[in-house]
Write a new protein. Structure first.
Length: 377
């Protein structure tokens, strides 16, 4: 494909997909500050006051959750170290359904800080749903095939590929971008000024937008693949009608054992057996100096009925490929460098708005120029 054809595709695709693309970019720019927004918007739900108290034992917390939510079963549990300022997030399943809900739990008192809510109930959860499905999943009007039920997921996957294409094609079209990266001719006509702004903003944002596009495609593709392999043939999601694990399983002993299986292991997330034959799975992080590795890269599995150890996976013992894929979480959400990186991600997330405005203006003006030249001929 020559540069002229590439330039044409770059322009037309940018115009066709501009609205959904901007929705994804702008929502992602806001979601970089999801924790801060939740603490600000939901101070009595998501945030915890500072406390010097120790966390209650997991077994006691589990019992209190079950007592306060007798019509639900625990599906998974995200927890933090003592002294952390975020409430535990417990994901529960309504009995007789496959519907997951979220509750916030105070780990120092065992009291629920919220009642079960569905996906998208809170603003940032709704924004997250918008970000990765554009709210186009499970629309009743489209539920006539597996692919259409997941239309929003597939659309955002396509938009991720589009983002990768736009980043690469932009750098190829302006392949000598480094020679005029800081060139901004304010004293020229508006077409020239907008062209310089478009090149400068695109060149600055391209590396990070490429990272966001690649990681977004990976996550959406992975979610769709898992759904397809489990339910692509029409298989229904399992509806929880009873507890699928033994009440005698000691969660505290399980977490203690997971720390011993992997030296320095810090558990962060516990997946309960929510379908038959599933084990307990303890996710967490093994000691690492790599700031890009996630808090969920290493795991240990335990039998659902006896709590006996089954297997473990230490990310530190894996190759470069596994570590690279694990780093996608922090790379995509800007969780690896503190506030400066979050600000950078937020700024780059807004830049596509500038790129869209200047790009459409350039496309329109150049189209008019071609039309005038044809008219003169």
């Amino acid at each position: 494909m020559n540069r002229k054809t590439l330039h044409r595709w770059h322009g037309w695709l940018g115009i066709i997909l501009v609205i959904p693309f901007l929705l994804i970019c702008l929502s992602g720019s806001i979601l970089v500050f999801k924790k801060e927004l939740d603490s600000w918007l939901l101070p009595e739900v998501a945030a915890l006051p500072s406390s010097s108290l120790p966390r209650l034992p997991m077994a006691e917390l589990q019992q209190r959750v079950n007592q306060q939510l007798p019509d639900y079963e625990i599906g998974s549990w995200e927890f933090f170290a003592a002294g952390h300022d975020e409430a535990d997030r417990v994901f529960v399943i309504k009995e007789g359904t496959d519907s997951w809900h979220k509750v916030h739990l105070n780990p120092y008192t065992g009291e629920l800080r919220s009642q079960p809510t569905e996906h998208g109930h809170y603003f940032t959860d709704w924004l997250l749903e918008l970000h990765y499905t554009l709210l186009l999943n499970d629309l009743k009007a489209f539920e006539f095939s597996f692919a259409t039920e997941h239309f929003g997921l597939l659309l955002t996957l396509v938009l991720g590929l589009f983002l990768v294409f736009m980043g690469i094609s932009g750098l190829v079209i302006y392949r000598r971008w480094w020679a005029r990266f800081f060139t901004l001719r304010w004293n020229q006509r508006l077409l020239v000024v907008f062209s310089d702004i478009h090149k400068m903003a695109g060149t600055f944002a391209a590396p990070l937008l490429l990272v966001l596009g690649i990681t977004g495609v990976y996550y959406n593709g992975l979610i769709f693949y898992e759904e397809w392999t489990e339910h692509g043939g029409g298989q229904q999601h399992y509806k929880v009608t009873e507890r699928l694990y033994s009440d005698s399983v000691d969660l505290d002993a399980m977490l203690t054992d997971s720390r011993q299986r992997i030296d320095g292991f810090r558990p962060t997330y516990l997946l309960f057996p929510f379908e038959p034959e599933l084990p307990f799975t303890v996710f967490g992080q093994a000691p690492t100096g790599n700031p890009l590795l996630s808090d969920y890269g290493s795991v240990s599995n335990y039998d659902a009925q006896s709590g006996m150890f089954l297997s473990s996976y230490n990310l530190n013992e894996q190759g470069l490929g596994a570590k690279t894929l694990d780093s996608f979480r922090h790379l995509h959400f800007g969780m690896w460098g503190g506030l400066p990186v979050k600000i950078l991600y937020a700024v780059v997330g807004v830049l596509p708005l500038l790129l869209a405005f200047t790009g459409i203006y350039l496309w329109y003006q150049r189209r008019n120029q071609k039309a005038r030249r044809r008219h003169k001929r």
